[in-house]
Design a protein around this ligand. Structure first.
Ligand SMILES: C[S@@+](CC[C@H](N)C(=O)[O-])C[C@H]1O[C@@H](n2cnc3c(N)ncnc32)[C@H](O)[C@@H]1O
Length: 223
């Protein structure tokens, strides 16, 4: 089975012998990849989605690889289908605010979830701020290029850590590593903000002020 770079990176951050729940599994490619991984030894693999269509496709794919006895399927909204035997949550390929909402709705789950592996399509800084506010720290941060798009793939573990505004904005570990992909990613962020500024009406004072501040920060870092 072919798995793209982004999903492979998400999967490779899942620790061996963990019990994980993949929220929004869609086709379940990630769960199939992990179930077939030789050194995975996962205690539990749960693939879930809140829509019947994707889950039906996931079931077909899982049966094609004869992994019915290794991957459990659950239909339900976000963490509603969470059980206490899960220690790792994976959410990838959806918007950051949707992810925050899913976790916020079941904060009690934080008691047993040691690790969260998240790959939000947007609002990545907000996701990091939120996870830190509920007692997690950034353990790994990666940029992965898939076609023309660059994705952030993030791993959070329990722990208290303080981050500066700049670290939240760029990502504390990305800022340390930097590299070519970092430059490409944030050059694009700079360009999109410069375009946004030309489109924002003049009386959107607060929004324009925020965008200008971010442009300054980006220019300073990319100098
Ligand atoms: C774009 S797909 C991402 C699939 C896969 N996780 C990936 O990264 O390629 C998003 C999936 O999340 C599901 N989804 C969206 N919001 C959800 C929620 N609140 N709870 C469960 N599933 C959700 C959608 O039905 C869809 O199948």
């Amino acid at each position: 089975m072919m798995i793209n770079n982004r999903l492979k990176k998400v999967g490779d951050l899942v620790e061996a012998e963990s019990s994980f729940l993949d929220i929004g599994c869609d086709h379940a490619f990630l769960d199939i990849y992990l179930a077939r991984k030789k050194d995975g030894n996962f205690k539990k693999i749960v693939a879930s989605d809140n829509k019947e269509g994707p889950l039906k496709q996931a079931k077909k794919n899982i049966e094609m690889y004869q992994l019915q006895n290794k991957i459990e399927l659950r239909l339900g909204e976000g963490l509603d289908i969470y059980t206490e035997d899960i220690d790792t949550i994976i959410i990838s390929g959806m918007g950051g605010r949707n992810m925050i909402g899913i976790i916020k709705n079941h904060l009690e789950a934080v008691k047993t979830i040691k690790t969260m592996i998240l790959s939000p399509n947007n609002y990545q800084s907000d996701v990091k701020r939120f996870l830190v506010s509920i007692g997690y720290q950034v353990k790994e941060e990666h940029l992965v290029k898939e076609g023309k798009i660059i994705y952030q793939v993030l791993k959070f573990v329990k722990g208290k850590k303080k981050y500066t505004k700049k670290e939240f904005f760029f990502g504390p570990l990305l800022l340390e590593k930097k590299g070519n992909l970092f430059n490409e990613y944030y050059q694009r962020e700079l360009k999109s903000r410069e375009i946004l500024l030309t489109l924002l009406p003049k009386n959107y004072y607060l929004r324009r002020w925020k965008v200008k501040k971010e442009i300054k920060l980006l220019k300073e870092e990319l100098r």
